[in-house]
Ligand binder design. Structure first.
Ligand code: SAH
Ligand code: SF4
Ligand code: F3S
Length: 468
């Protein structure tokens, strides 16, 4: 479905009213009602879970860290690879036990998996204790769907294909007081041939600039230090609004908001990442010197089969353009190994691309066929073992590159945002470029910008102390 549905504010307010009415129907005592929210997948889903928690809080829930004993369990699922789905099925299976011990427990499954017909079918037949299932477009309606479930006593499946929605005014319970996610557009129009996202998240639709600006202003005033703008392809921001604005324009507006915060964004699509974006990144003070730019494959033939809309040469040229403007930029990327029909020579082109670019970090995936996508129907002759071997080779090459890239931090001081504390008691921090630092220091520093002296580095992280 192509249309976008803007949900009127009155509709969202009605949901909030329903939240208060639901308090009389929900399991658990008022004041002691607990929910466990389990989130899978990308930052979009994390951001969605913050809104689901917002609604749940209005219903009187507080949050716990495990399903056992919780009055409501909500799984916000991801469909990007088979592995993600199998984990969800495993965890839904285990809920039959928590529910047996707590008959009143409500089990809700939402997110990207819920928009797939075969998943809905399997939940209907194999998991009879799942009470409510709804896709990402209907998140705004969660209270109403729960209301329907509790009043009818029947399971509710709201998994149909509906137009992509944009809803403002949903309350949020944010996971951090230092870092915040801000969705700027939803859905995707790119139909990369391996990817399920356009099917489960619908077409691209942008939030209005004034809504985004107001949200960032409020976060800055509340003292947030890192704000990450989210979208499957942030470079498409504004195209559907017909206001003559684009992503670079939005960045310029947000850069002018007063506050001691840094701005990040993800994800950028190489076909739309332009010199105009790179110029804006270089010019805007608050923008992190970092870009996550997934290349997916080093072979132009494979890129075409993936419907990515750029060649190997185009990609390398963009990297050059970016580095010419921001030499110290931290570059990260995603890559898929074993796309159907990828030859050994083509895999080697991926290896040579990562050598040529020298990414700071790389997220590597083995191709996973997704029902309904074009690539799932392509002949895929390369044996699994070969794909795994290639995957390992790629990891080894990248690990060496990452370790070497990290060496440039050692023996110097870097500005960083202290954002938390690890299990081992050390602080965690991020450089402006986004590299992780394990830091010796006082937990009172969490939420502040500091100078860190880096004395050591590994493939994954830097090690430092607060500089005098
Ligand atoms: N919108 C982002 C990516 C979202 S999904 C973009 O276009 O860059 C995150 C990553 O998962 C993708 O970049 C891709 O590398 C990987 N991925 C997506 N579908 C996949 C599949 N079917 N099998 C393996 N990896 C996949
Ligand atoms: Fe998937 Fe491609 Fe859209 Fe990214 S741009 S979400 S990989 S279809
Ligand atoms: Fe997964 Fe949906 Fe994100 S499929 S990666 S949670 S958009």
């Amino acid at each position: 479905m192509r249309e976008t549905q803007t949900i009127p504010l009155a509709q969202v307010q009605r949901q909030l009213q329903l939240c208060r009415q639901l308090r009389a129907l929900l399991p658990g005592e008022e004041g002691r009602r607990t929910a466990f929210v389990d989130t899978y997948g990308c930052q979009q889903n994390e951001a969605d879970s913050e809104r689901l928690r917002g609604y749940l809080q209005e219903m009187g829930f507080s949050f716990v860290q495990e399903a056992e004993g919780a009055d409501l369990v909500l799984l916000n699922t991801c469909a990007i690879r088979d592995h993600a789905e199998q984990r969800v099925y495993g965890n839904v299976g285990a809920l039959s036990h928590t529910k047996r011990r707590h008959q009143e427990q409500l089990i809700v499954l939402c997110g990207c998996m819920a928009r797939q017909d075969h998943v809905a079918q399997r939940l209907r037949t194999s998991f009879p204790y799942v009470d409510l299932v709804f896709g990402p477009q209907l998140l705004w309606k969660f209270p109403e769907l729960l209301w329907e479930k509790l009043n009818s006593g029947k399971r509710v499946f709201a998994t149909q294909d509906v137009p992509g929605t944009v809803a403002e005014g949903i309350p949020q319970v944010r996971g951090s007081q230092v870092k915040a996610w801000v969705s700027i557009l939803y859905g995707c129009n790119n139909f990369c041939t391996y990817c399920v996202v356009p099917y489960v998240r619908g077409r691209e639709r942008s939030r209005l600039p004034q809504d985004i600006i107001a949200e960032v202003q409020a976060l800055a005033q509340a003292g947030y230090r890192e704000i990450t703008l989210l979208g499957q392809n942030v470079n498409s921001y504004g195209k559907d609004l017909n206001l003559g604005i684009d992503f670079a324009w939005l960045l310029q507006q947000l850069d002018q908001i007063p506050g001691d915060f840094i701005l990040r964004f993800m994800t950028s699509h190489p076909k739309d990442a332009s010199p105009r974006l790179f110029d804006t990144m270089a010019a805007c003070e608050k923008l992190a010197p970092a870009l996550h730019l997934p290349f997916q494959s080093g072979s132009s033939r494979v890129l075409q089969a993936m419907n990515r809309g750029y060649s190997r040469e185009d990609y390398l040229e963009k990297i050059q353009q970016l580095r010419a403007r921001i030499p110290e930029v931290v570059l990260t990327s995603d890559v898929i190994v074993g796309f159907p029909g990828e030859t050994q020579e083509e895999f080697e082109e991926t290896l040579s691309l990562i050598q040529a670019v020298q990414f700071d970090a790389l997220f590597t995936f083995i191709f996973s066929p997704r029902k309904g996508t074009k690539a799932a129907a392509l002949p895929d002759p390369m044996p699994k073992e070969q794909k795994s071997a290639n995957f390992q080779t790629l990891l080894q090459h990248q690990n060496a590159i990452s370790a070497q890239r990290h060496q440039r931090y050692v023996g110097k001081e870097w500005t960083c945002l202290v954002d938390g504390q690890g299990k081992d008691g050390r602080l965690t921090a991020r450089t402006r470029g986004g590299r992780l630092i394990h830091l010796q220091g006082d937990p009172a520093l969490i939420g502040s910008w500091q100078r860190a002296y880096i004395h050591d580095a590994s493939t994954w992280a830097l090690f430092g102390t607060i500089a005098e």
